[in-house]
Design a protein around this ligand. Structure first.
Ligand code: GLU
Length: 449
């Protein structure tokens, strides 16, 4: 293969993208970036009953959120003449033939074959029809669907993930490329586009391996050379079942993850490494992910997407975020309390928006929890004078210890509960100077401040 690679992500806009689709988009994007190639977004929208402009717009929005900008764009619904021309060529060459069976007839055939212990492969009865037979069927009002006549041979290819693969044409039914209403099914448009846009590498899920055997035959029948294929293993849900557009849309759609507040780069970092033996490296840029991306590191076993893993990577990304990066986002949340605040709270963030909760703990109002008012009053009495810094907490707690005799958890927990109303949170040595003496004294006195 010479020249820069061209790859494509080819969703059907019949639903929203989920994490499995994001992985397909990411792999293709990273492959293009790493190899100086081009990344194409192709809307496989020939099914005009189920495709909608809203889903297409949603897909573009999801990819923009992930930062996966495309270099080329196509919509299959705008390329029908190219598919018609390819179909005409295949018909002229006798590779595309009309068949007239109804769905019910095909179903009966399959059942008979299975009852006799035979594989349910289409018997090619339509190839035996004479011109008169066809004329008669059409006079009865039947419209043909069109099947591609497969060569009954093994089609072999070297897959970048799966290794050597063979698909036995004899085990497959001749695929229907055009339905009786004249609409193209996915296969022919996909192949024609891969040829016309000079796609060099088709990177997609292992559920397409058999399709690839068929598509290679169609590509050759159209006089072209097949691209290189890479079929990665599929991403299942946390229960080990495949992700489906419908059922998992709510849980694992990109939109749901975006709205839940996850960092797109956390998702990219996780998806780039799931299914490889390599650890997830949070907080890498797309260029860094691309430089490290190696398709041959992908394994063949199916893998799981666990939202708990995403939460972990998200947390790690936030821990690495500088104040400079965080500042505009803190401001947008109305909680930019300065660099010391960011450094104090970021180790406690799972989602960026958690910062707003900690800002409320600093600025109040906090409802203090005071189990022993005498202890709290004794602690308030020895609060040092301001200015405060991160040394203040140590000085103060030593003084409280001396005054009350409390130590360890019995010393620290009542102070945390009084100052924050919570049993856990950022280190108090960092929070205390942000809370300040007035609020600390009020809270120790049981006031909501
Ligand atoms: N539209 C197809 C799908 O979503 C594309 C598969 C491919 O990459 O060729 O499954």
């Amino acid at each position: 293969m010479s020249g820069a690679p061209v790859v494509r992500f080819a969703p059907s806009p019949t639903g929203s993208l989920h994490v499995g689709n994001a992985r397909a988009a990411l792999f293709n994007f990273l492959f293009a970036r790493k190899n100086g190639g081009r990344f194409m977004l192709r809307m496989d929208d020939t099914d005009d009953e189920r495709s909608t402009p809203e889903f297409a717009a949603g897909i573009e929005q999801d990819l923009a959120w992930l930062g996966l900008a495309h270099d080329l764009f196509a919509r299959q619904s705008e390329r029908l003449p190219a598919y018609e021309a390819a179909a005409e060529k295949l018909k002229a060459d006798g590779r595309l033939y009309p068949a007239y069976e109804t769905a019910a007839e095909l179903d009966r055939k399959r059942k008979r074959q299975m009852a006799r212990g035979l594989p349910p492969v289409y018997d090619r009865a339509a190839l035996d029809l004479t011109d008169e037979d066809r004329a008669k069927l059409e006079a009865e009002g039947r419209k043909p669907h069109w099947r591609f006549r497969l060569d009954r041979v093994h089609t072999a290819f070297e897959d970048l993930v799966q290794g050597h693969v063979e698909v036995d044409g004899a085990s497959l039914s001749d695929p229907v490329l055009i339905r009786e209403d004249g609409r193209f099914l996915y296969t022919l448009p996909s192949v024609v586009d891969d040829i016309d846009f000079a796609v060099t590498h088709v990177i997609r899920g292992s559920d397409h391996i058999t399709n690839t055997g068929v598509q290679i035959q169609i590509i050759r029948a159209l006089g072209a050379e097949p691209p290189v294929y890479a079929h990665y293993s599929l991403l299942n849900g946390p229960e080990g079942k495949p992700l489906s557009k419908r059922d998992d849309a709510a849980r694992f759609s990109l939109r749901a993850l975006r709205e839940a507040g996850f960092e797109p780069m956390a998702l990219n970092a996780l998806l780039a490494r799931l299914g490889t033996p390599d650890p997830v490296e949070p907080c890498l840029s797309l260029d860094e992910l691309a430089a490290r991306f190696d398709i041959s590191r992908l394994g063949r076993a199916d893998i799981r997407f666990d939202p708990a893993d995403l939460a972990k990577v998200n947390t790690a990304c936030l821990h690495l975020m500088s104040y400079g990066e965080a500042k505009p986002r803190l401001a947008a949340l109305g909680c930019d309390l300065g660099e010391a605040f960011w450094e104090a709270v970021k180790p406690n963030l799972v989602l960026f928006s958690d910062a707003a909760d900690w800002a409320r703990v600093v600025e109040g109002p906090v409802e203090p929890v005071i189990e022993n008012p005498d202890f709290a009053a004794a602690a308030a009495a020895v609060l040092p004078p301001e200015p405060w810094d991160e040394g203040t907490w140590g000085l103060w707690t030593n003084a409280v210890k001396e005054a009350t005799g409390a130590k360890g958890k019995a010393l620290f927990m009542p102070l945390r509960l009084a100052l924050t109303g919570l049993t856990h949170g950022p280190e108090l040595k960092n929070l205390l100077p942000l809370i300040g003496r007035d609020r600390a004294e009020a809270r120790l006195g049981g006031l909501t401040r």
